[in-house]
Design a protein around this ligand. Structure first.
Ligand code: UFG
Length: 330
């Protein structure tokens, strides 16, 4: 078939939303996932292969069996504080295994890739929305893994003609508006699902890491971007590559931010729950403010985010967690 797209990490949070989006647009998502972080139950829109991108034979099998037109790569570890404690886990998977995936693509003549990069590649900012030409000086191993792969991809394009679009997400959040897919990390470290679990009574309180940052209320500011809007951007970038267009690097954010306290307040409003809070020490690897300007994606990819409102982001997440309080079945 000429509509087969390989989605590595397609059983994970962003990858699974992407597969549904691809399927709705007439593509056939082929999911390769080792299920270390992903969930089998989140794969619903095409074939599933359980395997690891670190294994060349698995890649050869997948690229031989399917007529893959392009690859979307979501298979990475994403826990910033963990990357500070066990960096080799992050370099090993996010960098070394990605090199293995690229080698597989080159062996099989597959030369279009959408890579999940991150605003964590920038490091510390002055607090204004960052554009793509902001200096990249990541301050954590996680951020460095994404930044290293971006550089590797530049060399790979020059040498092998493999074109890549790097999408630098700000803070991915929200859930499938139909309520079928959501965010289920084990353990969960991300702010919005943890607030919601506290609202549901699954946790006694929410830890807020630091209230002395140089921000409007002392807590960190992040630019939350809906997972469905991320999926839209990936499809636009993929279709541009499939049509022979160039690779590039794009921020995906809403261009404004919310503090941790503001996210808690909004969630209280939506859930009508009290959400007890405890203030604690700063968390390693956190920077005060991360806000992205996405003018370039809007201009060059035609990206039109549909869920920019923080309430819409929290509501879709709340709906999924209420429906699946224990997450995906194992
Ligand atoms: N936070 C809390 N309490 C919690 C969880 C989070 O106060 O229980 C705070 C964090 O300290 C941070 C903010 O909420 O200030 C957001 O934290 P998240 O863990 O939800 O997300 P991050 O900002 O750490 O996200 C980062 C980068 C992304 C990257 C992602 C990977 O901004 O680019 O980690 O998971 F992709």
């Amino acid at each position: 078939a000429d509509n087969e797209i390989l989605v590595v990490g397609g059983a994970g949070y962003i990858g699974s939303h992407m597969c549904k989006y691809l399927w709705r647009r007439g593509y056939r998502p082929i999911v390769l996932d080792n299920l270390v972080c992903g969930h089998r139950a989140a794969v619903q829109w095409g074939p599933f292969i359980q395997g690891d991108i670190g294994d060349p034979e698995t890649l050869d099998r997948v690229f031989s069996e399917y007529d893959i037109k392009g690859v979307l790569h979501f298979a990475a570890y994403t826990c910033v504080p963990e990357s500070v404690d066990i960096p080799l886990k992050y370099y090993g998977n996010n960098v070394a295994n990605t090199i293995n995936l690229l080698q597989g693509m080159v062996r099989h003549g597959v030369n279009r890739l959408i890579f999940s990069s991150s605003c964590a590649t920038y490091g510390v900012s002055d607090g204004t929305p960052m554009s793509e030409d902001h200096v990249q000086h990541p301050i954590t191993p996680y951020g460095r893994t994404k930044w290293m792969v971006e550089q590797i991809l530049d060399d790979v394009e020059s040498a092998y003609g493999l074109r890549a679009v790097c999408l630098r997400y700000f803070n991915a959040a929200g859930a499938d508006p139909d309520g079928h897919l959501g965010e289920d990390h084990r353990p969960e470290t991300h702010l919005i699902p943890i607030i919601i679990k506290t609202a549901l009574g699954q946790r006694d309180f929410l830890s807020v890491y630091g209230d002395d940052y140089p921000t409007r209320d002392g807590t960190c500011v992040r630019d939350y971007i809906h997972v469905e809007d991320l999926a839209q951007a990936h499809l636009l970038a993929l279709e541009r590559l499939l049509a022979g267009g160039p690779g590039g690097k794009y921020n995906l954010g809403n261009g404004d931010g919310a503090t941790v306290r503001e996210v808690i307040e909004r969630t209280r409003g939506i859930t009508q729950a009290s959400i007890p809070v405890r203030f604690e020490e700063r968390r390693p690897g956190d920077v005060p403010v991360l806000i992205g300007s996405s003018e370039k994606a809007i201009r060059e990819l035609g990206w039109r985010p549909q869920y920019s409102d923080l309430d819409a982001i929290i509501e879709t997440a709340w709906n999924w967690h209420r429906r699946y309080p224990d997450g995906y079945p194992e």
